[in-house]
Design a protein around this ligand. Structure first.
Ligand code: NI
Length: 694
């Protein structure tokens, strides 16, 4: 294949993987074909624009029946916008049969995600609007001067505004927020234009409302992070080179990856970005390849800004459902984003006009040394056993406006999987009038505050531990008061509860009982007779601060619990609903779980919500150092014993080089004598003999 892509990069540099497996992302050719099939269809009109063409993932049933080498159907899910009739159309295209299978107005509430072309268009619409021009002039700004005004498009939300719903028909809206730059590469977030907010109709491409709550003088202090603004760099640290002279430990075949005992398949789509399919572990002790998770992704994320100002209070972004993390993925670079021996995966998607956009190096896969996996020194024998840990990391980074999110799925040799999210970028700011204080944020410059906010993520985990039928148990640690069962008041025990229905499984973390949740297969037993499982291990635990009755409470209801469990349903992929954009809510998880379906010993999906509570620090300004958050899936009774005893000793000096693991300990003689008590008696006797002699 040698096609020119929009990125001006020769696509041949980045081979397009053939669709030789039903779960593979759509190829460049398939995207092209889907567009031409649609163009040739009688229903396709000139006013239609593309939002997304993505693989229609085969059903579980189809995948269960699929055998390697079988032929399979390829279908694409398509979302289109009809700008003229102001409707959303959903279509299904069969790439195998070269025809459109479905083509109809959506029945879903809300608007599809905002495509990148619309962001550009809304900026143009704002720049040409007389009222906007005048509002900026009042603030001493000239929008026609290149680079002086920055317009940030943010999703509209749903605020019961009178122009939101007319005759049950929803306008497709977006909000523009304004910032100033003193020069072309100046950090605009140091100069927020407070009080001005513009609503644009994306179908009609016209300004609907210019909201202006009055002039707040634009803060002028410059605070920059780009290299040309840094007066003196510290010395460059001496390089740490990462080389793998004997090659890498992973094996890649198309989108399938094998590493150590793990195997899985990589998927990628416009909305969620990286998706992991069919995660399995080769349990050599049991002599079987065991299923763990059928599909894992970040299915939604929400960033509520927690400020009462008329403009900031309307900012709450659903970055997956309103913007699409995949389409905003960075093209990763060696030496900056990734270090070492890297395998990259590329991603193609469709723009509004049906042209293919390519993101070369959208996903990075590499190995890292991860310090010590396990170690013990037997003080009696002075023998040391020590194993180093290697981990495999798959990552992508999405730039969503002012922020970056790095998603790192980590596979470890101890059977655990971690999702580490890195929050990066520039904080949203607001401006104050002289003498005002920043109640809902942190002052970072004279009259500039970074707004309090939270970042929430919802992982959708289609768990299949040792097969389809799983359940979730809650474990709490409890202590009896001092008495017969706890005479010294030191003891605690654990109590587990099996969730039977969806509503029982709507749970929040509890520090006091160290509450944890484990996904188990109740039909299997480990060596000790318990059910094999994987436990969700939290990192930072965050609760939302939005109040009952608030707009965001209704729209992001999935955040009201850290844990949700649902029976698998092929229509239930997105926890805030199919289209969270302009969706009044409740939709998604809170709505589905009203059915209170059975989840005990069922084909279940686990939804885990986690996040980061961001009270801005001065140190986060103007460029925040990485904040890390996430969770782990840790085997809990899944293996019969430690799964990593078979790791060979590392080649190190001196402990593992010696055949018997004996390392003379570097301690004082007295200390060694004391420790090696088996020698002590002999030594004492010798001393007595010596003293008798003298
Ligand atoms: Ni933040």
């Amino acid at each position: 294949m040698s096609k020119k892509s929009k990125t001006e990069t020769e696509v041949t540099m980045y081979p397009r993987y053939g669709s030789d497996y039903p779960l593979d992302p759509l190829t460049y050719d398939e995207l092209e074909r889907a567009v031409s099939i649609l163009h040739e269809n009688e229903n396709f009109t000139a006013s239609l624009r593309f939002v997304d063409i993505t693989l229609k993932e085969p059903t579980k049933k189809m995948m269960a029946a699929y055998q390697r080498g079988d032929s399979f159907e390829r279908e694409a899910d398509v979302v289109l916008l009809d700008n003229e009739n102001e409707i959303t159309i959903e279509a299904v295209v069969s790439l195998s049969q070269n025809r459109v299978l479905e083509f109809a107005d959506t029945k879903e509430v809300g608007q599809p995600l905002i495509v990148q072309d619309e962001f550009i268009e809304m900026t143009m619409v704002c720049m040409q609007n007389e009222e906007v021009i005048r509002a900026l002039e009042k603030r001493g700004l000239d929008i026609s001067q290149r680079g002086q005004v920055q317009i940030d498009p943010l999703s509209f939300g749903y605020f019961d505004d009178e122009f939101e719903d007319a005759d049950n028909h929803q306008r497709r809206l977006v909000r523009g927020y304004f910032l100033a730059r003193n020069e072309a590469n100046d950090n605009a977030y140091a100069h927020p234009i407070e009080g001005l907010m513009v609503t644009v109709d994306l179908h009609k491409q016209e300004v609907v409302e210019v909201f202006d709550s009055g002039v707040v003088p634009v803060p002028e202090t410059m605070r920059n992070y780009e290299r040309q603004y840094i007066e003196k760099f510290r010395d460059r640290p001496k390089p740490i080179e990462i080389t793998q002279p004997e090659g890498v430990n992973y094996k890649v075949e198309g989108w399938r990856v094998d590493w150590q005992r793990w195997s899985f398949r990589i998927g990628f789509n416009l909305r969620e970005g990286l998706v992991l399919h069919d995660i399995r572990y080769n349990d050599v002790d049991k002599g079987e390849v065991r299923e763990i998770c059928r599909r894992a992704s970040i299915a939604e994320m929400t960033v509520p800004y927690c400020d009462a100002s008329p403009t900031s209070s309307r900012k709450n972004a659903f970055d997956v459902g309103e913007y699409g993390l995949g389409g905003l993925a960075n093209s990763l670079t060696l030496g900056c984003d990734c270090l070492g021996e890297i395998k990259y995966f590329d991603f193609d998607f469709i723009n509004a006009f049906g042209e293919i956009e390519s993101i070369p190096h959208a996903v990075c896969m590499h190995e890292e040394d991860d310090s010590i996996l396990w170690k013990h020194t037997d003080l009696r024998t002075e023998r040391v056993e020590n194993r180093r840990s290697t981990k495999l990391i798959l990552s992508f980074i999405a730039t969503v406006g002012n922020y970056e999110y790095g998603f790192y799925w980590v596979f470890r040799q101890d059977g655990s999987i971690e999702l580490e999210v890195k929050a990066l970028g520039v904080m949203q700011t607001g401006a104050l009038k002289e003498g005002e204080t920043a109640k809902f944020g942190t002052l970072v410059e004279d009259r500039v505050y970074a707004v309090n906010h939270q970042h929430f993520f919802c992982a959708r985990l289609d768990m299949t531990i040792d097969g389809e039928k799983n359940q979730v148990v809650e474990t709490e640690s409890l202590a009896d008061p001092i008495g017969e069962t706890n005479p010294y008041g030191n003891a605690f025990y654990t109590k587990t509860t099996v969730f039977k229905t969806e509503q029982e499984a709507q749970r929040r973390h509890k520090y006091e009982t160290v509450r944890t949740w484990t996904i188990q297969n109740p039909n299997n037993r480990n060596r000790m007779g318990a059910n094999p499982g994987y436990r969700i291990q939290p990192m930072e635990v965050v609760s939302p601060f939005f109040q009952e009755g608030s707009v965001i409470h209704r729209r992001a209801g999935f955040l009201l619990n850290h844990l949700w469990v649902t029976p698998y349903n092929e229509k239930e992929y997105f926890p805030a609903g199919q289209y969270p954009n302009q969706n009044p809510g409740p939709d998604g998880l809170p709505k589905w779980t009203e059915q209170n379906r059975n989840i005990e010993n069922e084909d279940i999906v686990v939804w885990y919500c986690f996040g980061h509570h961001h009270v801005p620090r001065l140190e986060d300004w103007p460029m925040m150092p990485t904040a890390k958050l996430g969770f782990m899936l840790k085997p809990s009774g899944f293996f019969d014993t430690s799964p990593c005893l078979d790791l060979p000793p590392a080649k190190c000096d001196p402990c593992c080089e010696t055949e018997d693991g004996y390392v003379p300990m570097r301690r004082s003689k007295r200390m060694r004598r004391t420790i090696r008590y088996e020698n002590l008696k002999a030594e004492e006797e010798q001393r007595r003999k010596d003293s008798k002699k003298s």
